[in-house]
Design a protein around this ligand. Structure first.
Ligand code: PLP
Length: 415
């Protein structure tokens, strides 16, 4: 039997041989884009396939391979690919002009829809990304409290400049913004006592860590965060950029814990660039000069017509309560199916609802599984992450479970 390293090399060779056009495109890309891409998470060995078509649950690459997309653009693809309704909403909106450099009505409509949907949001402002939304929420919390401390958690990911783990002071640290971060242990109620004190202005947390491996917090942990923030007068911010998909009213509804502020992004823009931060009226009032607010929010494209109209359409017509409940039930069913297949193997699956993640004892095993699934036309993120779209059916899920079962059955993990 070949060693794990040899099997990985074989998988890469087979992948390369089946994708001459993506290989050539990768060579071209590497000359002008460091690493051949402009979003590092999309890269994998030996090179990522280049997409030329995307519709519903499917991606098609340059070499004509079709993939059922379980990656779901890392949660931003909740609607599935290229929905006709979003396209029509954008085209209709363009009739009124774009890049206006002026206010318009769609941003108001979108703000109303978000305030209706998320219990913690009384007022909201838009940004171009989830990263920016978190930067604004942190700034708002520190301004409101006049403090400097920001509590975050190991493996927490709030954007490329707000990334905390698993090694908080690894090389990535130099890209992080220089706030006075205190990095706590996720889901450890006892460790909060020494962590959240009167110097802390804001606590930023994902109710389910997404990039950190789809790790759900316990309700007790989130309730303890709420209590500690109330005790010291800190602002509790839920980063719901990913988790808002877990229930019609977001993770805050699912866990029944209401933060002071919430950040949003990803799928809510219907696939367009999007971010938002919102919360208690008294906190957001700092952006309202009419009531003495002293902060301003900049951003040339904050109210861009394309994102605003796509998001309004998404909230009004695509993401009904039933659809959100259904996609999360399907994710729970998929996770149970995968857990049964992986029982006793060196793999396991974590997550909640439509967010899932495969883990392996040895990363080379995950690399092998990833390539085996690609060869079967099934695309999960290289790190095992999956985010179901509403286009993924139970039949798709069964095909994935079956592919994993067949591969695990033939696996000799010792290599
Ligand atoms: C929880 C969380 N917050 C924030 C972000 C950053 O969002 P964006 O990539 O839109 O800047 C991400 C992106 O993956 C995320 O998962």
């Amino acid at each position: 039997m070949a060693s794990l390293d040899e099997r990985v090399a074989e998988a890469h060779a087979a992948y390369r041989a089946a994708r001459p056009l993506s290989a050539a495109a990768d060579g071209r890309a590497r000359a002008v884009l460091p690493g051949g891409n402009t979003r590092s998470v999309l890269d994998f060995a030996p090179f990522p396939f280049r997409v030329v078509g995307a519709k519903g649950a499917e991606l098609v690459d340059l070499d004509g391979h079709r993939y059922v997309d379980f990656c779901g653009n890392y949660t931003a693809g909740l609607l599935g690919h290229s929905p006709d309704g979003v396209r029509s909403a954008i085209v209709a909106a363009l009739d009124g002009g774009w890049a206006l450099g002026a206010t318009h009505e769609r941003e108001v409509e979108l703000a109303e829809l978000l305030c209706d949907r998320f219990a913690s949001i009384e007022q909201v402002r838009f940004t171009n990304s989830g990263t920016e939304a978190n930067l604004m929420a942190i700034g708002t919390a520190l301004h409101a409290t006049g403090r400097s401390g920001v509590v975050v958690f190991e493996r927490g990911y709030h954007g490329g400049v707000l990334s905390f783990g698993p090694v908080a002071d690894g090389p990535h640290h130099q890209l992080n913004v220089p706030h006075d971060f205190r990095v706590g242990v996720f889901d450890d109620v006892d460790a909060l006592d020494g962590l959240i004190d009167e110097t802390v202005g804001g606590v930023l947390v994902e109710a389910v860590q997404g990039s950190g491996g789809c790790r759900p917090a316990s309700v007790e942990f989130l309730r303890a965060l709420r209590a500690h923030c109330d005790r010291v007068g800190a602002v509790l911010v839920f980063d719901e950029v990913m988790t808002s998909r877990l229930a019609p009213g977001g993770a805050q509804e699912r866990f029944d814990v209401t933060p002071d502020m919430t950040t949003l992004g990803k799928y809510l823009g219907g696939g367009m660039t999007f971010g938002a931060f919102g919360g208690r009226r008294d906190l957001m009032a700092t952006f309202d000069p009419a009531v003495g607010g002293s902060l301003t929010q900049a951003g040339t494209f904050n109210n861009n017509v394309v994102s605003m109209s796509a998001a309004v359409h998404t909230l009004r017509h695509e993401l009904t309560e039933e659809r959100i409940v259904e996609v999360n039930e399907r994710g729970d069913r998929l996770r149970r199916g995968l857990a049964a297949v992986l029982d006793g193997s060196p793999f396991r699956v974590t997550g909640l609802g439509s967010m899932l993640c495969l883990h392996a004892d040895d990363d080379r095993l995950l690399e092998l599984l990833f390539h085996a699934l690609l060869a079967d036309g099934l695309y999960v993120a290289r790190r095992g992450f999956m985010a179901l779209s509403i286009e993924i059916t139970d039949d798709h899920a069964d095909v994935l479970i079956d592919a994993v079962r067949r591969w695990i059955d033939g696996l000799d993990p010792t290599g």
